[in-house]
Design a protein around this ligand. Structure first.
Ligand code: GLU
Length: 446
């Protein structure tokens, strides 16, 4: 079977971590099995869908490194849905209903009061032709429900294992609203059929939809895809998909300096019980990707953990992997030697700017002990300098002044870099160079 999956966001907001994880898992599955991913924008809700969100979603996915062979917009495929709806109508699998939202709510409340599940009672099925005409003459427009078969529905879920539902435990779902627009259920199934999807991988909030859609696939004469439902993320406090998590967007993580591959590796491992491994490519992540590794327990998205992992990822990036980014940040002199000197001290890649400034732009040195640092300036050895220079220079200084430890190093660091902490001076010193070092030790802006 050729694997074809889809990621189907609604362009009603920015991509958040939960969406990104679902996109990633789909992409990894496709990649692992030599398949493809389709990007489907679920934009039938005309009031809430916006093209700027659609564009932001595409940009975020590209930033993560995820690609797709085809992009479809549901708003451009309405004729297909009309055709499927007509077929269901001809087969007697949809029926018009006239209840108002208030009437439906009243029915549900009564069912609950009697301890019964709020399942639609199919009252509209008993309306006579005359009654329907009367309702329509009074200005009511029908919404349309799918007539579920009251039989068992079962599938083998790639994450959850065997799943079973009883058709009579489900409400006949509304497919078309009274204003003629489609709800999610039918367009999604029609697209999954039309686009030849082999697998539908999505969140467990869609498990009931799957039970219904299995009957829709059958009613439309199509084979169903293989299904997989992943537990949704909770935030670190375990409070379910909270508002807080919804507000953690891919854009906000990018702004906070999270690297795309750190986010990919972190999201791919969440819920598998394994720690994230800093990989340098999506292809490497895909190599041993297995859906059954995701358990049924709710994975916790922990921003602090991601930040710590990101730090490790940044610190382990080899120069060729960051060279282009450093250049795009405008850090012209950021060569391999500079990168090796600073990377153990980075929390995020953007910190490289600070050290670039320290190495190559004029800074105001902090001269804590003028006599001592002036003496140090006088002892600076001639160039060429290398990583040994710092050791031989400070040994000489120590012998001369009797200073050691912090008393020796801190005034030098403050004068040379203007700050108290930072990368090892033995690596920075040759980059700063003799002329600049000497001027800074003399308290000059250099
Ligand atoms: N647009 C739907 C969602 O974001 C897609 C669900 C699906 O994968 O079928 O929940």
């Amino acid at each position: 079977m050729t694997v074809c999956v889809r990621f189907a966001p609604s362009p009603t907001g920015l991509l958040h971590v939960g969406n990104a994880r679902m996109a990633l898992v789909n992409w990894l599955y496709a990649r692992r099995h030599g398949g493809e991913m389709i990007l489907r924008l679920d934009d039938t809700d005309r009031d809430r869908s916006q093209s700027r969100f659609a564009e932001a979603i595409e940009w975020d996915l590209e930033w993560l490194g995820l690609d797709w062979i085809l992009l479809v917009r549901q708003s451009e495929r309405l004729a297909l849905y009309d055709g499927a709806f007509a077929a269901l109508r001809a087969a007697g699998r949809v029926y018009p209903c006239y209840e108002t939202p208030e009437e439906l709510e009243y029915k549900r409340r009564r069912q609950r009061a009697r301890g019964k599940p709020p399942i639609y009672d199919r009252a509209a099925l008993n309306l006579t032709e005359d009654q329907r005409r009367t309702l329509e003459a009074a200005g009511r427009r029908p919404h349309w429900r799918f007539l579920l078969r009251h039989e068992d529905i079962a599938w083998d879920d790639l994450v959850r294992g065997p799943v079973q539902f009883r058709g009579d435990h489900l409400s006949d779902p509304v497919l078309v609203r009274a204003d003629g627009t489609y709800l999610y259920m039918l367009p999604s199934t029609v697209d999954d059929i039309d686009l030849g999807l082999s697998h539908v991988i999505r969140g467990e909030d869609h498990v009931v939809n799957t039970a219904i859609q299995i009957q829709l696939f059958e009613a439309l004469g199509a084979n169903r895809p293989v299904f997989a439902h992943l537990p949704l993320l909770a935030d670190a406090s375990g409070k379910g998909l909270s508002k807080r998590l919804g507000s953690i967007t891919v854009a906000s993580l990018r702004d906070a300096g999270i690297e795309p591959m750190a986010l990919n590796a972190y999201l791919a491992m969440l819920g598998t019980g394994a720690p994230p491994v800093a990989g340098d490519s999506l292809a490497a992540l895909a190599e041993d990707f297995e859906l059954p590794r995701y358990g049924r327990a709710t994975p916790k998205f922990d921003l602090d953990q991601l930040e710590r992992f990101n730090e490790r990822v940044v610190q382990h990036m080899p120069y060729p992997a960051v060279a282009r980014q450093l250049c795009c940040m405008g850090l012209e002199r950021a060569d391999a030697r500079f990168w090796e000197a600073i990377r153990p001290n980075l929390h995020r890649l953007s910190d490289a700017r600070l050290w670039h400034q320290v190495c190559f732009a004029p800074i105001q040195p902090v001269v804590a002990e003028a006599d001592f640092v002036a003496h140090a300036a006088a002892l600076l050895p001639p160039e060429p300098w290398n990583e040994e220079t710092w050791g031989s220079w400070t040994r000489r200084l120590k012998a001369d002044t009797g200073r050691g430890g912090r008393a020796l190093f801190l005034p030098l660091r403050l004068a040379l870099t203007g700050v108290e902490h930072g990368p090892e001076l033995k690596a920075l010193l040759p980059i700063i160079g003799r002329t600049t070092a000497e001027r800074r030790l003399r308290g000059e802006l250099a």
